[in-house]
Design a protein around this ligand. Structure first.
Ligand SMILES: Cc1ncc(COP(=O)(O)O)c(C=O)c1O
Length: 391
């Protein structure tokens, strides 16, 4: 049996590797505190679960769903965009529910990248942007995200010969892993740039509802003309603590949405309908859970940022997202620091290099750690400082 080169050449998915290391430690009887994965620890709000259970009892929901999802769900998504961002969407042509946003993010490359084409991909970034490009036979061109430019790509420095082959432009704000945000001026610039160079824009935006200190992230769809050049991927995962249910959406350019629908109709059989009804409940039901969750994350953010700075990891409180992007102390690489923390105090953080070359010098610390683990984790981090001094 021979595995295809396209799979053999894939690196192990970042978190598979981290989970393996954690399992190794646990097998030795050691307790590990993980600040690695951005997976909300707070349960899905009960009104959403109740709707899911009720819908699961209905035999109509035991059968194959339609690829394009329930019309009521597409309309709920369109209404949510109108209410939250004042963006009008045609629920039939400009909205497509997804089996989690990762699914759509991974598949859209097949709609726009032919072998030899280029996708413009941020570095550091969610690894799926580059990997899906490569699986479709394309080449990622990495746009550095650096602190000096507020972790926004400098579009003006992309060489002409790259732009000639580029078909897709990936952006993601609030950003994973840097926790940075973009304003409407940046998104307007992206629309202009996409028009100039005939690019399809994919904005990955699962974190717009996770924000702090009263800040409200904007949508790419609010930019003038965004719908003509691009789409936005969104998700219920982080807004409503629904990572386990696998439901998200793509909205925007009717041509792009339709291309993805055509591809998906050949690959999957839609989203279980009971989960679609739960998603409708999430989007149309009480929204106070978002503020409640953000208050919890904000408190954790402040505690973590304080301790990181006190032990020599320079960190600023992010305005949004579930992540703190902390600079490693002098004398460490990202990997060396992550290994040291795991070995000496049993704390897991994600090395920045897991997200690309420009992640070197940083580690990502997630806010999705339950309070009991958080207290222990913070005291272990403080203890790491002491082990450093003794050495
Ligand atoms: C930037 C980014 N995009 C997409 C996803 C996937 O989210 P979903 O659960 O909707 O598939 C994640 C998850 O961590 C993410 O960080």
């Amino acid at each position: 049996m021979k595995i295809a080169r396209r799979v053999e050449s894939l690196p192990p998915y970042l978190f598979v590797e981290i989970s393996r290391k954690i399992a190794e430690k646990k097998a030795k009887g050691e307790e590990v505190i993980s600040f690695a994965i951005g997976d909300p620890d707070i349960p899905t709000p009960s009104h959403i679960i109740d709707r899911l259970c009720q819908a699961a009892q209905d035999p109509a929901n035991h059968r194959y769903p339609e690829t394009e999802g329930l019309p009521e769900l597409r309309q709920a998504i369109a209404n949510w965009y109108k209410k939250r961002f004042d963006v009008s969407l045609d629920a039939d042509k400009e909205v497509l529910p997804l089996i989690g946003s990762k699914e759509g993010v991974a598949h859209i490359a097949w709609c726009f990248i032919d072998p030899g084409d280029t996708a413009l991909v941020p570095d550091p970034a969610y690894p799926v942007f580059a990997v899906s490009t490569m699986l479709a036979g394309g080449k990622p061109y990495y746009m550095p995200l650096v602190a000096e430019n507020n972790f926004l790509p400098d579009l003006d420095t992309i060489p002409t010969h790259v732009l000639e082959k580029a078909k897709l432009l990936w952006i993601n704000y609030p950003n994973n892993p840097t926790g940075s945000v973009a304003d409407i001026d940046f998104f307007n610039k992206v629309v202009k740039f996409a028009r100039q160079h005939d690019l399809a824009v994919c904005h990955d935006a699962p974190y717009t509802e996770v924000a702090f200190d009263g800040y409200q992230p904007v949508s790419f769809m609010q930019a003038e003309g965004a719908k003509e050049v691009g789409v936005e991927f969104h998700s219920l995962s982080k807004s409503y603590n629904m990572t386990g249910w696998r439901i998200g959406m793509v909205v925007g350019s009717a041509a792009m949405v339709n291309a993805l629908k055509v591809l998906k109709s050949n690959l999957d059989s839609g989203i279980p309908q009971a989960i679609q009804y739960a998603a409708i409940e999430a989007l149309t039901g009480p929204q106070n859970c978002i503020e409640e969750h953000n208050a919890i994350y904000q408190r954790r953010r402040d505690l973590i940022v304080d301790i990181l700075n006190s032990i020599g990891l320079e960190a600023k409180p992010p305005k949004a997202s579930l992540y703190i992007w902390a600079k490693v102390p002098q004398g460490y690489t990202s990997a060396k620091l992550a290994t040291d923390l795991l070995e000496k105090v049993g704390v897991v953080v994600t090395p920045g290099t897991g997200y690309g070359r420009y992640g070197e010098g940083y580690v990502r610390v997630s806010l999705t750690i339950p309070d009991a683990g958080l207290v222990k984790g913070l005291s272990r981090l403080a203890g790491w400082h002491n082990t450093k001094k003794i050495v």
